[in-house]
Design a protein around this ligand. Sequence first.
Ligand code: ZN
Length: 348
Amino acid sequence: MTKLGIATLRQAARRLRDRFRPAPLILLYHRVADLPSDPQLLCVTPEHFKEHVEILRNNACPMALGEMVRALRDNTLPRRAVAVTFDDGYADNLLNGKPSLERYEVPATVYVISGFVDARREFWADQLEQLFLQPGILPQQLCLTISGQTYRWDLGERAHYSEDEFKQNRAWHVLKTENPTPRHQVYRALCQLLYTLPHRDQHIVLGSLNKWAGTKPVCRPTHRALTPDEVRLLAQDGLVEVGSHTVEHPSLSALSVAGQRDEIRRSKIRLEEIVGHPVTSFAYPYGTRSDYTAETVEIVREAGYDHACSNFEGLVRQGTDPCQLPRYLVRDWDGEEFERHLMEWRDA
Ligand SMILES: [Zn+2]
């Protein structure tokens, strides 16, 4: 038999084996909250989250991510295993998410942005949402220089944005191709521009925008990060593990090696100070293959992390790199839809 023939047979045998032994998978959540608008599609309502967790308890084998990685290394991955993870460390993970995790005894890992735990400010994309997509009055013309390039926008009549107009557009999100108003167009453009900008420059742009709008940045209770005390509370009984998601959530591939090392190490040290034990799990901010490099993975290993999560889809199989674990992004689905997605992913 040719080499190719043997390889094809092996592949078929693996598929057959996986059909009877569904490979484990990792879920990626961000927020457990019911908000008037969610343009980045990060929220799962507390009701839906409870349904998800109940389904995991009854129809899957929920396990802690660290345990799943150990089983991956020992070649003892259990059937139907599912690990739950959260990125960013919003306060709602504790307030709205943990009660359901506790009720159904489902472990989870929460990846915390250490710089946000110590600062009373919103994530930059939330600040843009607050400025442009919430009702209010803004100057009509916006002229902004970012990285040496000048951008001009005209908000037209939508400089005045009423409560009714906000309600009409509240279901809008960034995956939609159309922008219902110039405000949505500016929001989308600024999200793209700020995404790879160094943290300091993001801060400068947001400062200019607040000056232009005549507003002071407000950290809304609905959009705040966990406080250090809350991070401790989240991790105290061991059901939830705290992992690192860097200090400022940069797209790491846009940073120098020294800059990446600083983000990856400093967040570990700070979070260990808070929880009082080693932090061994990491998640790459944004997490697509273009947001980090092979060098980043090496820095993560060198910094003393045991495993790390990415943000692209895939099942956890023998041979999966523990420092580039694939994950499935969960949206605000009801229980039925969530279960359908779980089944689809397992058949992938
Ligand atoms: Zn993130």
